[in-house]
Design a protein around this ligand. Structure first.
Ligand SMILES: [Fe+2]
Ligand SMILES: [Fe+2]
Length: 143
């Protein structure tokens, strides 16, 4: 799949990293690329190839590191839309946490729910909110 906005990602369909997913700031793009890799691995986990718990731990670690990088940039460069961006990150963390809790309680099909949530995040946050931030950072001279 080369374009996430073209259609919903189905199970077994990989997201290909490409220009259309880039926001234009190198350090942010490299991290987003890692997230796409995790979404693809999650799909494999759902089909029993990988340990889901391992991917979830990596995802949580990733989220913490990546959000901190973006949040520090917003603070350093005094990004005018920082508050709403921070809030989006906060809501994301909460959602991942509650998905994990539901999974522990055996309530839901976690890989599918998590993957739907992450693909949605890719489209709404990375291709929307993060892109606005990236344009701002580029104006400030960030490569
Ligand atoms: Fe991001
Ligand atoms: Fe972000």
């Amino acid at each position: 799949m080369t374009n996430v906005s073209r259609r919903e990602k189905g199970m077994g369909e990989r997201i290909a990293w490409g220009e259309e997913l880039k926001v234009g700031v190198h350090i942010i793009d490299e991290e987003h690329r890692r997230l796409v890799g995790m979404i693809n691995r999650l799909d494999e986990a759902n089909r029993g190839k990988e340990c889901l718990e391992e991917i979830l731990n990596e995802l949580e670690d990733y989220i913490n590191k990546h959000f901190v990088v973006e949040e520090e940039m917003m603070t350093v460069y005094d990004f005018p839309e920082a508050q709403s961006h921070f809030k989006a990150h906060h809501d994301f963390r909460k959602r991942i946490h509650s998905l994990r809790e539901s999974f522990k309680d055996g309530e839901l099909d976690l890989p599918k729910s998590l993957m739907d949530f992450l693909v949605n995040w890719l489209k709404s946050h990375i291709l929307g909110t993060d892109r606005v931030l990236a344009e701002f950072l580029q104006e400030k001279g960030m490569p």
